[in-house]
Design a protein around this ligand. Sequence first.
Ligand code: C2G
Length: 135
Amino acid sequence: MKRVITYGTFDLLHYGHINLLRRAKALGDYLVVALSTDEFNSIEKGKKTYFSYEQRKLLLESLRYVDLVIPESGWDQKAEDVKLYKIDTFVMGDDWEGKFDFLKEHCEVVYLPRTPEISTTQIKKDLFEKDISKK
Ligand code: C2G
């Protein structure tokens, strides 16, 4: 059983996230998603999410590609997670290219091409502009 892990906020779940999760799962048999907690997002990542951790967790757990969702509460838990969950492959989008190469001593590290033209930030911007143009 090949075990894969990936990390993220996954707010306003969109097809770019799904493309990442689908390809991550295809690299093994079991996919763990470490989901950024609300505190980690606001304090460390400077992100204000639309959906709470519990809502984002519910969405991820409903996906056929996802086998387990765990909390990501800090930048430094990855090596421990890889050991604890017996991870074979760590996967991230290539906007993180090289940033997690230190994990290569514990597992395979794979960076996958991001899906172009979609992001949570872009969705929020588009919705805001549509709303403004209606006024
Ligand atoms: N992603 C993607 N294509 C997009 C948008 C996102 O492939 N159009 C990928 C990102 O590269 C990331 C994952 O989807 O691998 C989750 O994206 P975010 O929720 O934006 O995650 P991020 O804020 O980058 O958090 O410790 C690592 C961090 O928690 C990563």
